[in-house]
Design a protein around this ligand. Structure first.
Ligand SMILES: [Zn+2]
Length: 93
């Protein structure tokens, strides 16, 4: 029991040493649509929407797109519209 506790403490210590906060909070991503007022999200433009989906055709989460909540919602709607008119795939492979 005592050994186990000691082990756990050592593991935590190693974890803290490996954990470097410098690589965690690197530059806050700014929403592309908020930063550029002229940026128009078009559901008929697959090249533009392709930036917001992965290679499987899935919509990327906000942490990857960097979009704000409002614009992530717009992206999602646009991608779903594009899928419906068969511009983007629902799934690949
Ligand atoms: Zn935004």
């Amino acid at each position: 029991m005592a050994d186990k506790k000691q082990n756990k403490r050592n593991n935590n210590k190693n974890y803290d040493e490996d954990y470097n906060p410098k690589f965690r909070k690197q530059r806050k991503k700014v929403c592309v649509m908020c930063s550029d007022k002229n940026y128009v999200l078009d559901y008929k433009n697959p090249e533009q929407l392709r930036k917001f989906i992965n290679e499987r055709g899935k919509i990327l989460p906000r942490r990857n797109t960097g979009a704000c909540a409002k614009h992530q919602r717009d992206i999602t709607t646009a991608i779903k519209r594009a899928r419906h008119i068969a511009i983007l795939p629902y799934a690949q492979n």
